[in-house]
Design a protein around this ligand. Structure first.
Ligand code: ATP
Ligand code: MG
Length: 301
């Protein structure tokens, strides 16, 4: 059974003038981190709203663990951090989680057990008495993530979870997400931060103007370029470039070393042998891969 499935999911606004999402087919396996990418207005939030049954589809169906999106059981299994959420500034984090927890139907006893654990999980235990109006963006985003975990959901939707967060905060959120994955949770992320997505996602889909452009495993987006970055001791880098020139290998030099376009592993090994025969120290050899950003820009252009 898939955690999420959609068949021909479509949402049009303004009598069909705005095609927010068109014939969207998707299946996300349980236990995976899935990321949906796309420029502003691509339809990412619309898809989440349809899957949560906050908005109703123009046509098509969505399923959460095999049940239709509007089924109560579907929602019981879901945690959700919305885009641009606003949390009540006059509450502290304990009061806030208690309030939201009660809305999810949890008992006082359960919440008293659960809230300290959640605050520890998102590293906010020392800020639990501080009013939310004094929280930084990163702290609010972490607390929002804790809120999405209150009902111990099997599936978590996070709409731009690292929006406006500094690099250290992003690493912390990434660790939280990987930890949740280890616990067997399925995570659905909408994001613009491609390097983040590249690091944690099992699968990625790219959406443009409501249409699915590509979906696949993350590795499929990070193809090898056939280029290798070779760095050797600086004083002898001109010998390396002579070797490549003699072998008719195309290359360019930059601050990290020489980027050589190498046909196959035979040619790579030959070049390594020649470098070593010249008694040059190899400091690093690395396959140059396309980043997700390269792919994203190429496909959207
Ligand atoms: N309630 C609504 N009424 C009319 N149009 C809407 C409504 N909600 C969304 N749209 C339109 O649907 C399209 C998709 O919007 P959506 O919010 O899903 O995009 P997004 O990919 O989440 O963008 P962002 O990256 O900016 O969050 C946009 O053209 C948007 O203006
Ligand atoms: Mg959005």
């Amino acid at each position: 059974m898939f955690a999420i499935e959609s068949k021909g999911l479509t949402k049009h606004y303004s009598n069909g003038k705005i095609k927010a999402l068109s014939d969207f087919d998707l299946s996300v396996e349980e236990g995976k981190i899935f990321s949906l990418l796309g420029p502003n207005g691509a339809g990412k939030t619309t898809l989440i709203k349809l899957l949560l049954s906050i908005a109703l589809p123009t046509k098509g169906e969505g399923y959460i663990f095999g049940k239709t999106t509007n089924h109560q059981d579907s929602r019981k299994n879901i945690g959700y951090l919305s885009e641009d959420h606003r949390l009540p500034g006059y509450l502290n984090s304990e009061q806030f989680l208690f309030y939201y927890g009660k809305m999810s139907g949890a008992s006082n006893y359960e919440l008293n057990q659960k809230i300290p654990k959640l605050l520890a999980q998102v590293k906010l235990e020392d800020k639990k008495s501080l009013k939310l109006k004094k929280y930084s963006k990163g702290m609010l985003q972490r607390l929002g993530t804790a809120q999405a975990l209150l009902n111990d959901p099997k599936l978590i939707f996070l709409d731009e979870p690292t929006d406006g967060i500094d690099p250290i905060g992003r690493i912390e959120i990434r660790e939280i997400l990987l930890d949740l994955k280890k616990q067997g949770k399925t995570i659905f992320i909408n994001s613009h931060l491609l390097s983040e997505v590249e690091r944690i996602s099992d699968e990625i889909a790219i959406l443009k103007e409501g249409i699915l452009i590509k979906k696949g495993r993350t590795e499929e987006f990070l193809e090898s370029t056939g280029k290798y970055i070779i760095s050797v001791e600086r004083q002898k880098s001109n010998i390396l470039t002579d070797i490549l020139r003699n072998k008719n290998v195309n290359f360019e030099s930059n601050e990290y070393g020489v980027i050589a376009t190498i046909k196959d592993s035979d040619e790579l090994n030959y070049i390594i042998d020649v470098i070593r025969m010249e008694k040059i120290n190899i400091e690093n050899i690395e396959v140059l891969k396309n980043t997700l950003e390269d792919y994203f820009i190429k496909i959207l252009k």
